[in-house]
Design a protein around this ligand. Structure first.
Ligand SMILES: Cc1cc2nc3c(=O)[nH]c(=O)nc-3n(C[C@H](O)[C@H](O)[C@H](O)COP(=O)(O)O)c2cc1C
Length: 168
């Protein structure tokens, strides 16, 4: 099995099930210095004339610093057998654990950033836009209260999808 680069239009991906049900690992940095976390919120689509991936990261995440410091990030989607690994990466911080060591996932260099060898689908994304969410922008205050009443806000990152890889 090896990563093979694909045209985005040749992928059969449903963003609702891929993001919302399968989840993904959001990763920034190099294999020597990266962090990764599980995410199940985000968007896949088209903006500014090209394909893009949006991820949202609460400022309290260790991954937040890596998203700030790096120009690229990856979105890695895994076969169902890695659900436990994703649960671990979504409930423990890279501040306290070496997530690759704990889960057995293998970080690999891909286009100058980091992906995981076990992923079935990888998007390599180039940060184009980053913006903090703000209470004043919510048109439904109850949504803000529900999600940010106690927890820190998300920062939104829109990345141009530079490349997509699948395992073949
Ligand atoms: C299924 C699932 C989805 C998650 N989605 C997000 C998300 O979209 N954005 C976010 O900031 N945190 C999300 N989290 C929480 C982070 O993955 C979690 O806080 C993680 O431990 C952060 O790790 P870090 O401190 O190493 O960055 C999710 C967790 C799970 C289990």
């Amino acid at each position: 099995m090896a990563f093979v680069k694909k045209e985005l239009k040749d992928l059969a991906v449903n963003p609702f099930t891929t993001i919302g049900d399968e989840w993904f690992l959001l990763t920034a940095g190099t294999p020597e210095n990266y962090n990764t976390m599980t995410a199940s919120w985000g968007a896949m689509g088209v903006i500014w004339g090209g394909p893009a991936m949006t991820a949202v990261v609460r400022t309290s995440r260790h991954t937040f610093g890596y998203m700030e410091e790096n120009d690229t990030f990856t979105v890695c989607v895994f076969p169902e057998e890695y659900r436990k690994a994703l649960q671990f990466c979504g409930s423990h911080s890279g501040r306290d654990f070496d997530k690759a060591k704990e889960t057995g996932l293998t970080p690999v260099e891909l286009e100058g950033t980091t992906a995981f060898a076990e992923a079935k689908l990888v998007f390599v994304c180039e940060k184009m836009y980053a913006q903090m969410m703000g209470e004043e922008h919510f048109t439904q205050p109850e949504v803000c209260e529900k999600w940010y009443g106690k927890d820190p806000m998300h920062k939104m990152y829109i990345g141009r999808i530079k490349a997509a890889y699948v395992q073949e």
